[in-house]
Design a protein around this ligand. Structure first.
Ligand code: GLN
Length: 295
């Protein structure tokens, strides 16, 4: 089969058909529209208004190669190298996770809960693309946001995103499981969306996640799935200001275990919050003042 013409509407149909090998028609068509919009600023409306719109040879090649990547299950966000999160644009590559819609719920909840108080320092542990840290910096302009990641390549992406969104975030290259830096700052908010998918859950995941997204940002061993939370919470005990809060994105199947971990570590006001899919996805907690002073 050959592309029937260089008319935009023919190209749309032709490549949509190709993508239908692995995606349903609606998803396939919306991907083609994203490509048209991203590469050529051709919107759905423009296509309707100008049915004779045509692409040049080199423009057609761009679509050709993008569709080739999509057919290898490469997520569209990596194909075009960007995405939207909390109304901001973020550059992405395969060194960082693609921000999920539920994570934007977490950001909005944190921002809402901070509107009435004056939040000073915020720390995002395992920042990846920087989407949480940078969105919070935008929503809470009076705060100073810090963001940590073990991956230098992820930090490069996050730094570029902070610059593109005009936010001044302080980046820390470190591993929460064994910190090298002496972090003396205290925080009002510590937030994290650490790796939490157990190896055993891999079988339920789609190829576009499994084959393309960084496993280090996603997976934990079946034997010790709370490994990151333990370190984050221990760190929080010594680095949270009075009345400070920890906000976590969690594995929907591990709510009960997370609850006992937080209680064992002396946290209080622990709340598990559901995401828009009704899954137990977030936790909010405070430091227990007496245990902090006593420890
Ligand atoms: N929610 C992500 C997913 O389903 C996982 C994010 C994480 O491990 N922190 O792929």
């Amino acid at each position: 089969m050959k592309v029937p013409s260089n008319l935009v509407k023919d190209i749309r149909d032709y490549y949509c058909e190709k993508l239908c090998y692995i995606y349903d028609r609606k998803e396939a068509d919306s991907m083609i529209l994203i490509l048209f919009d991203y590469y050529f600023k051709i919107s759905r409306v423009k296509m309707l208004l100008e049915p004779d719109l045509r692409l040049s040879e080199s423009e057609m090649l761009k679509i050709h190669f993008a569709v080739k990547d999509l057919l290898k299950y490469k997520p569209i966000q990596y194909v075009i190298g960007e995405t939207e999160f909390c109304d901001l644009r973020f550059k992405l590559n395969e060194n960082v996770l693609i921000p999920r819609p539920e994570t934007s719920e977490l950001v909005r909840m944190i921002a809402d809960s901070c509107k009435l108080s004056s939040v000073g320092n915020i720390l995002d542990i395992g920042t990846g693309s920087g989407c949480i840290a940078i969105s919070l910096a935008k929503m809470l302009p009076q705060s100073q946001v810090f963001a940590m990641d073990i991956s230098e390549k992820a930090l490069d992406v996050a730094k570029e995103n902070a610059a593109n969104n005009n936010e001044n975030v302080i980046f820390i290259h470190d591993d929460i499981l064994s910190l090298r830096n002496d972090i003396e700052t205290k925080f009002d908010i510590i937030v994290s969306n650490p790796p939490y998918v157990r190896e055993m859950e891999k079988t339920d995941m789609r190829d576009n996640v499994l084959n393309w997204e960084p496993h280090g940002a996603l997976f934990v061993s079946d034997d010790d799935p709370m490994i990151f939370y333990k370190s984050i919470l221990e760190f929080s005990k010594t680095h949270l200001n009075e009345n400070g809060q920890v906000w976590l994105e969690i594995n929907e199947f591990l709510g009960k275990e997370m609850l006992s971990l937080c209680q064992d570590l002396g946290f209080c006001n622990i709340r598990i919050i559901k995401d828009f899919r009704e899954k137990e996805r977030f936790m909010r907690l405070n430091i227990n003042q007496t245990s902090r002073l006593g420890s």
